[in-house]
Design a protein around this ligand. Sequence first.
Ligand code: DGY
Length: 326
Amino acid sequence: MSTPGRPTVVVTRRLPAPVEEQLAREFQARLNPDDHPFTPAELQEALRSADGVVPTVSDRVSADTLSVEPLRARILANFGVGFNHIDVSAAQARGLVVTNTPDVLTDDTADEAIMLMLMVARRAGEGERHVRTGAWTGWRPTHMLGTRLSGKVLGLIGMGRIGRAVAKRAHHGFAMRVMFHDPYPPPAEVVTELGAERQRSVEDVLREADFVSIHSPATPDTRHLINAARLALMRPTAFLINTARGDIVDEAALVTALERGQIAGAALDVYEQEPRVTPGLLKLDNVVLLPHLGSATQETRVAMGMRALDNLKAFFAGATPRDRVV
Ligand code: DGY
């Protein structure tokens, strides 16, 4: 039974407690206490029976799902900045507003990109496994030598909010030479402040960089942007980092490039078919694999939830939500 006056909102995954508490105060909130991933049928039921839905990257909100009748929901307030799991054209065609949660996860995701660069270059995952398996026999000058990060060339594919935050850390913190490619580059003064150099093409970045870090959105244009031909342009000493979206990298091609020694290593937080990881990657020691943790701090996940909540509140108050995507 919904309380008159309070919109019904379905939240598809567990959210941090302060967010769920606030949602329950503001709305007739239907939460997901056992945190199971929603089936398409459950998503459709939510769209049929609630005024708003808060999905996450683990929901595939396809055109088919959105074709549900009758459709009651009027807003999809996504918990996350990336919204490639939502067919936004289909949502728009059905009169749904879609919002996301930008800004609040920029710093944590940038921190994670730097962490992954360090992990793969300094062999941190491998070292951890070495100690935990009892293989370590003690310090020696030639043991597990890695690659220095400081002073190297960082190539950014995408120079939006997160790319810029990575550039700031890399340039000011690690004295890296930063170059980037983005079809929509930031203003010149921002580029100068970051000490960054714009390259005309992705290929130009790949040829020069010691570390290539991906910060593009997932769109039809960026699907398999990093493919076999482009991986072949990278230096054999270079590392690939992906904290953006899995399908920007052709995982099968990446495995081949790593096996052939075309690149030195990779560090991934996102995968083509999450939570499935291409088996070839699991076998390689020069690959760091994290389970999509870019924004996974208490602080950021609460902030993301509050941002989604603000979008819902604005929408139901008749205003344009701050983070409206369509
Ligand atoms: C984001 O916010 O896009 C994160 O990757 C989780 O969806």
